[in-house]
Design a protein around this ligand. Structure first.
Ligand code: MRU
Length: 352
């Protein structure tokens, strides 16, 4: 159970800090070499920070957007939530447009709109309470999912993860990385492999750094080494997060996840997706309907500001892919574990 885990040891990083009059975001572009918080004083600064990957990871951008709405209230005079709603809408649209694939962003904004619609004269306080609730619920969900997911892993297993799904990507503890933290704490996981996750290197820069803070030493592998690693039998579970889980269980996550799922199935390793129910999108029937964010190809031409690619070339930079549900052995949310997910199993768990 989650009570077995020493959260003081395994949950120390906080990427999002609300000061009461500004939002401070741990600048994830500078990690692991610099720990620096960026101060956002208005909602457009939050939207820009989300777009620039200062803050990233599906739950973390949802939480940041919710605080962005709270900042936007400063520019609005209204006597009730219903009056404030249309006045806040342009700022909410700009926040929503910051990144398209992670559904947590739209989900958090929908929650803010919902409470605002029925709020009275204290609508500003209502919004601030809702933003805090979104953050608190995410942390609680992660801690619970850690226990649920770890219980699926046999003692002494090797696990591989991708991107960063830890405290940095959430309110704290993490999704897939929460399962890995819980699994290590319980002695179920003997070895952790982290894929480096090009082009932004979330695995090399962020996951490795996060796990080091806990005293967990991951082994970094090039993304291209994953199939070769699995062939050695070193990986029993691939454990990843999600940016959007569709009504049939198809899952969008960081580019490179799909090839890990194919490789896992080929080599007899299991594939686990860990995400809070805020990442589940029952309105999107299957992965084909997900908008996949494509970022500036220039992100692929340099590492840390040093050009690595030939000049005058063309590049394609989709930053997410979709893993079909047939390749997923378990989806873990705070509501429980869905084994071999499909449309019927998803409906049974989430309705709709
Ligand atoms: O582009 P990023 O770094 O925001 O992508 C993040 C991921 O794909 C994560 O795996 C996902 O958001 C889950 S985070 C708990």
């Amino acid at each position: 159970m989650s009570q077995d885990i020493d959260f003081d040891r395994y949950d120390r990083i906080r990427p999002i800090r609300w000061t009461g009059d500004a939002l401070e975001l741990l600048d994830q572009r500078k990690l692991p070499f610099e720990v620096d918080y960026v101060r956002c004083a208005d909602s457009d600064e939050v939207a820009a920070a989300i777009h620039a990957l200062t803050v990233r990871g599906a739950p973390a951008i949802g939480i940041s957007a919710a605080w962005g709405v709270v900042l936007a209230t400063r520019d609005v005079q209204a006597d009730s939530g219903a009056q404030a709603l249309p006045l806040l809408e342009p700022a909410m649209q700009r926040l929503n447009a910051a990144r398209p694939t992670a559904v947590n962003l739209a989900w958090a904004l929908a929650r803010m709109r919902r409470v605002l619609a029925s709020a009275g004269a204290d609508w500003r306080e209502v919004l601030a309470r809702e933003a805090q609730a979104i953050s608190d619920e995410d942390l609680a969900a992660n801690r619970h999912m850690g226990a649920l997911g770890a219980a699926l892993i046999a003692p002494g297993s090797g696990v591989m993860t991708h991107c960063n799904t830890g405290s940095l990507a959430t309110a704290g503890f993490g999704t897939a990385l929460g399962v890995i933290r819980a699994g290590v704490a319980q002695g179920r996981i003997g070895k952790v492999y982290a894929g480096e996750t090009r082009p932004w290197l979330q695995g090399a820069r962020l996951t490795s750094w996060e796990l080091q803070q806990d005293g967990i030493a991951p082994t970094l592998v090039a993304d291209a080494a994953a199939a070769h690693l699995m062939k050695t039998g070193a990986v029993q579970w691939v454990v990843v997060g999600a940016d959007r889980i569709c009504a049939n269980g198809d899952t969008a996550n960081k580019i490179g996840t799909y090839q890990l799922a194919i490789s896992a199935r080929h080599h007899g390793a299991k594939f686990m997706v860990v995400a809070p129910s805020s990442t589940v999108d029952m309105d999107t029937p299957s992965g084909e309907a997900i908008e996949i964010e494509e970022r500036d190809p220039g992100e692929m031409f340099a590492i840390g500001g040093v050009r690595t690619a030939a000049h005058d070339i063309v590049a394609w930079n989709p930053v997410f892919d979709v893993t079909p549900h047939e390749l997923i052995d378990a989806i873990v949310t705070e509501k429980g574990v869905i084994e071999r997910p499909d449309a019927a199993a998803m409906r049974a768990a989430f309705g709709g």
